[in-house]
Design a protein around this ligand. Structure first.
Ligand code: FES
Length: 166
């Protein structure tokens, strides 16, 4: 359930250079480059924005505007463990609010926040296709259904055991 560690700065630079060379200079290729970068590195490193902007003949502000417009893009490394709690109707009606309250308390952060040590990020998600087995959540993209607060604690304890051993 662990997220991949981000590559070193030199490797990031190589990844950006490769993506830019692959996608060419047409401005409609900006989004594919940003997606490719986030897929490879886990986020859009701010120190790469100037290079990307110059490649597409855009200003840094224009590229920054695209990055901040799409909530999908991150400008900082992701937490090692991303917990997404379903906030859609079926889960809410089956204890999703209680689960979220518990998760916020257990992780010490609200939705869109990080735990104090940066290990966990808590995010909303809207329907995981498990409405009949709600409430549901994901931990680093692994899906869990019928999650009670006690089960949540057990899942988080498992993650902590793995991350501490790594
Ligand atoms: S509403 Fe939560 S899985 Fe569908």
């Amino acid at each position: 359930m662990n997220a991949q560690p981000a590559p070193a700065a030199a490797a990031v630079s190589d990844i950006v250079a490769e993506l830019l060379a692959h996608h060419g200079t047409r401005q409609d290729q900006l989004l594919p480059v940003l997606h490719g970068l986030q897929d490879s590195v886990g986020y859009i490193p701010p120190d790469q924005v100037d290079k990307i902007a110059a490649h597409f003949n855009l200003s840094r502000a224009e590229v920054h505007g695209v990055i901040t417009f799409y909530h999908y893009f991150r400008s900082e490394p992701p937490a090692r463990c991303v917990v997404q709690i379903c906030r859609a109707e079926a889960c809410q009606s089956m204890g999703g609010d209680r689960l979220l309250d518990h998760a916020e308390q257990a992780l010490g952060c609200g939705l869109h926040g990080h735990s104090a040590d940066g290990t966990f990020a808590l995010e909303p998600v809207y329907c995981l296709g498990l409405c009949a087995s709600s409430p549901a959540l994901t931990i680093n993209e692994a899906v869990f259904a019928r999650v009670t607060p006690a089960r949540f604690d057990a899942l988080i304890a498992d993650v902590k055991a793995v991350t501490e051993a790594a």
